[in-house]
Design a protein around this ligand. Sequence first.
Ligand code: ZN
Length: 177
Amino acid sequence: MTKSKTPELSGHLGPLHPAGLLQSIAMGKLTGMLKVDDGPNLIVVHFDFGSLTHARMGKLKGQRAIRSFVLDWTRGLFQFFDGSRVEKLPEDCAIKKPLDKLLLDCFNEATDGNKKTGQVTVRMKVLDDKLAANVANYLKCSFCGKSKDEVKKLVAGPNVYICDACIRNCDELMDEP
Ligand SMILES: [Zn+2]
């Protein structure tokens, strides 16, 4: 790898969920390379005008790398480098599915796991306001589509977002006999 210049964007996962980070870059229509390092693992993801094109995490390539990133990662340092100065990943790391579809697959997998235990438990975490606002003004509720700025509170799940109004609606549905 050539000596990189200052990344365009950098920060920490934790307050920001991996899915939110990927969505932010996609919505920002960025072109370049995302690197996330949590110590033992390093994932590299390439974007072309907001579309995921390639990904690799150790031996995991393409969609499998994204799946592991979205479902398993909770912390790490991320950096995004502008497209004009990045090396391309090999073709076997290519991603064909759009990000929305990938995230939906991950979400279905996560909720299937919970159904087996008879409970649909969604682990939720409130986004850190400062960091989220930095890169993700355009984060949206996965259920009603309202952006972070249109709702009082947006809560991040393992791979989705839900707003305060939709949480209330869900609660009412659950209370119905
Ligand atoms: Zn909503």
